[in-house]
Design a protein around this ligand. Structure first.
Ligand SMILES: Nc1ncnc2c1ncn2[C@@H]1O[C@H](COP(=O)(O)OP(=O)(O)OP(=O)(O)O)[C@@H](O)[C@H]1O
Length: 499
């Protein structure tokens, strides 16, 4: 195979060898002997040793040298790039703030362990006209992680204002970050409003993605591919369709408020906020909906022109320049979005989606292909999950020190056969007594056990004093019988869960 599966580092192996303390208050993996060292450093969030992602990559593909029926180790697991991506997201979601004097953040209602998401490390006033702060936090009620946005120094004069979020809570759409709730707090010695949204780890705003600060690229950056722009347009049009249908207006279509949560997958990130903040202005929702189209046009134009176009920016010049790089169709669509609504009729999101039909189809094909691929990977991991359950069952039986008052329970009857089987699967040695670490052998034995096939195997004890020939079918029965005994004795309801 040219690959040693047992050198694949686990997350904990990739970290320094500080002993893990499961009882530590700080659940950073570095908590323990090293935490006091790191706590003294001038870092804002808890420092974490970067995972050695390169160690997870296959060294080289040796597919050509294999027979078609032979498998590489990676054939059994998720593709490395997807695994790395998911691990990075999981690491970001689990990140905690090092407890340092002066940066302790309060718990807000049931939300605790706040960690800033705003990389600018300053409060900003840009999008809502008020200072806002963004954190991730864990809910004490369900353990889920959420995105909290604090709007600083706002006193609501109308009690009904905060109820404006209720209509938003019902909107569940792949291109809209779900609104969870909003509440006021005095935890910051002022009157602040907190908006709770779903959390999407490692997301970036479109501004951060397309106009990174301190971008040192020389010359003009390469234009964003037209396909990406159509993708954004289709996704945000679909979001608008859902929002307008609910008789709401998005009001937050802005490069700072649309977040990229996966490759080319965007979501409107700050819905409901302006509805609460401007509750008393009573602007007709129809007007706000028409403004959504303009903001969408400006957003796409900004990215196409490679320039953040703020309020009151002159859009004619970038629009005129557009057909140098992009198709007349894209220019026409953006022009439609930016132009005032026709006198006799209003623009509608339905009409927009209808006009984008051929691009919606492209997107549909791409998403369906991606889903097929994901289901394929999921199928593989399903197999792995099944084997883990089987190994968990075997683990509860093998070497159990005592059961039902019998210290020899795991060494007698069928349990003894299972012990020999364990040795057969995991403790094989070659003629020189060296360990044989063949994952293919382990997986194939466990699969046969799970299926309970008729195939017979020869099991022998370590001292070669006893030997037996047994089929996988019998072994399967024995596993189930022994595990059944354990289940009977334990809390049945509890123990049977998950096996
Ligand atoms: N729901 C969310 N889940 C995860 N991260 C989010 C979520 N919403 C926003 N973020 C991230 O939080 C950071 C700050 O978001 P914010 O909306 O404040 O952007 P900003 O550029 O600072 O805008 P502004 O200047 O208007 O404050 C961004 O990196 C963004 O990707």
């Amino acid at each position: 195979m040219g690959y040693d599966p047992f050198t694949m580092p686990s997350v904990s192996q990739a970290l320094p060898s500080t002993p893990f303390n499961p009882y530590a208050e700080d659940h950073n993996p570095l908590a323990g002997a090293g935490s006091s060292y790191f706590a003294t450093q001038n870092t804002f969030s808890a420092p974490s040793q970067p995972l050695q992602y390169h160690l997870y990559q296959p060294i080289a593909s040796t597919r050509e040298t294999l027979q078609p029926y032979q498998r590489q180790i990676y054939d059994f697991f998720l593709p490395p790039s997807l695994r790395e991506d998911l691990q990075k997201k999981s690491e970001a979601a689990r990140q905690v703030l090092a407890s340092q004097p002066g940066v302790q953040l309060p718990s807000l209602q049931q939300y605790h362990s706040l960690v800033p998401l705003d990389t600018k490390l300053r409060n900003s006033t840009s999008s809502f006209g008020l200072s806002s702060w963004v954190w991730k936090a864990t809910s004490r009620k369900n353990g889920n992680i959420y995105c909290l946005r604090r709007i600083e120094g706002i006193r609501l004069t109308n009690e009904e204002a905060i109820k404006a979020v209720n209509s938003w809570k019902k909107i569940i759409h792949p291109n809209i970050v779900t609104t969870v709730e909003a509440f006021t707090t005095r935890e910051f010695n002022d009157s602040s409003l907190i908006f709770v949204h779903n959390y999407h780890p490692l997301s970036k705003t479109l501004a951060e993605h397309h106009f990174p600060v301190g971008n040192n690229r020389f010359g003009r950056p390469a234009p964003v591919p037209e396909k990406v722009l159509w993708g954004y347009l289709v996704q945000l049009s679909s979001a608008l369709k859902a929002i307008h249908k609910a008789k709401l207006a998005a009001r937050c279509i802005d490069i700072n408020k649309v977040i990229l949560t996966d490759k080319n997958h965007i979501r409107l990130g700050a819905c409901s906020i302006l509805d609460v903040l401007h509750f008393d202005t009573h602007r007709p929702v129809e007007d706000l909906q028409q403004e959504d189209f303009f903001h969408l046009g400006r957003l796409i134009l900004s990215i196409a022109a490679n320039t953040p176009l703020r309020n009151n920016a002159d859009l004619r010049f970038p629009l005129d320049q557009l057909d140098r790089t992009y198709s007349p169709e894209l220019k026409e669509r953006i022009t439609w979005l930016l132009s005032p609504p026709p006198a006799i009729a209003v623009k509608t999101a339905d009409q927009l989606v209808y006009d984008l039909a051929s691009h919606v189809d492209d997107m549909f094909v791409a998403v369906s292909n991606a889903q097929d691929e994901t289901l394929n990977h999921l199928g593989r991991e399903l197999e792995n999950g099944r084997l883990v359950r089987l190994m968990a069952k075997l683990g509860t039986i093998n070497e159990r020190p005592e059961f039902d008052g019998d210290p020899n329970w795991s060494e007698t009857d069928q349990r003894y056969t299972l012990k020999l089987f364990r040795d057969y699967v995991f403790h094989q040695v070659d003629a020189q007594g060296n360990p044989v670490l063949d994952l293919g052998h382990i997986i194939s034995c466990l699969n046969k056990l799970d299926a309970g096939v008729e195939e017979k195997i020869y099991l022998t004890s370590r001292d070669h004093q006893s030997a037996l020939i047994v089929s996988y079918k019998e072994l399967k029965k024995q596993v189930n019988a022994a595990f059944g005994d354990l289940l009977k004795a334990g809390n049945k309801q509890q123990a049977s869960r998950g096996y």
